[in-house]
Design a protein around this ligand. Sequence first.
Ligand code: CO
Length: 467
Amino acid sequence: MEDKRIRITETVLRDAHQSLAATRMKTEEMIPILEKMDQVGYYSIECWGGATFDASLRFLNEDPWERLRTFRRRMPSTKLQMLLRGQNLLGYRHYADDVVQYFVQRSVANGIDILRIFDAFNDLRNVETAAAAAKKEGAEVQLAMAYTTGEAYTIDYWKSLAADMESIGADSICIKDMAGLLTPAAAGRLIEELSSSVSVPIQLHSHCTSGVAPITYVKGAEAGCRILDTAISPFSMGTSQPATEVIAEVFRGTEFDTGLDRNLLGEIGDYFRPIRDRYIREGLIDPKMLTVDVKTLQWQVPGGMLSNLMSQLKELNAEDRFYDVLAEIPRVRKDLGEPPLVTPSCQIIGTQAVLNVMTKQRYKVMTQEAKAVLHGDYGRVAKPFDPVVQKLAIGEDRPITCRPADLLEPELPSLREKIASYAVQEEDVLTYALFPKEATEFFKYRDARENKIDPEIYDLKNKAYPA
Ligand code: CO
């Protein structure tokens, strides 16, 4: 008989606090519970990548690599999973292949078992290098499709994307519904179609922003999804994932039983609850994030994007134009080839829509980023660009049609030279490659903390040399 048991990826150490608490959970707040989490029997624990790397350096004065080694030491029995933005790694631009390959190699060497890799435009040319590198290191490669709705996104689109993912070596495929747009009916149909067209397992990753995700998970399981992403209850729901304990109870005693121990999950929930409560008291978690935002479904845009737009319009004293901007978003998105609304496209499209409405003339003013999209700098989109808008953006310039990273020279040799005086470990060159400014500040801080700089001349608390 077919094994229908659902396996669980626990996200509390990555996406859950990234979605609810601006990625501010410290390693020291995680350490006391790691050994217990390792006993649960999760399919995997998502604990690294995404925004955690940036946030560790920038806000927490932590070495992200040391955090990963801590996870590996204290959770030897569970697969550790990370989120990687394809050729963007964990940064905000395309990196040369040598940086991508070395980053993946060091991630696996320091403890990562599963790399979930995606591209914001679902352009698989932007995930190929990372996927091949992960394969070479013997890691599990999970390719993720950025889920969205729109004219271009038919069942056939997703089926052909999934088939391409399988053909470039995906060990599993994740439907990454970052905005919580996937309804139960849509999930049922999509997963049924995908599981009949590819042979690798399908994992579902959603957010409760619009409120439908727990029901979508049930439908997904019934349709053949094998792995679900959940967060332990204190860091679940709202803009985060459905609750681990709830999903375990929903399936208990059925053919989908997760087999997870209720008491053990209870103890883990008890550990994180006071941390969540303190985050609320300190203002790190806005209680609004924990509620349902149905506008997401109504307008088919991510919740975070709506609140960003509102604050942009407030600054311009133009809150009354909110609905005009909302109506302009799908038009701009179409002109730009209808990409998924995820970082960075949601910021680019949102800002351009505001400009189009406020200047009362579409594309009178165009941002550099919108021009770059229309120049092909980010890669291929699902639909062709609007030719008139593209012409406005790039004039007589010829757009890029190759893989954007093909235009990049190797970067590692010059990066190594630049940080020679700071590097204490191989991984430092990668930290510097991704975030040069933040990395340099952190390296100085680290030297001072380890007494390599006289405290009289370096102010450890303020991370600065006095003027
Ligand atoms: Co997510």
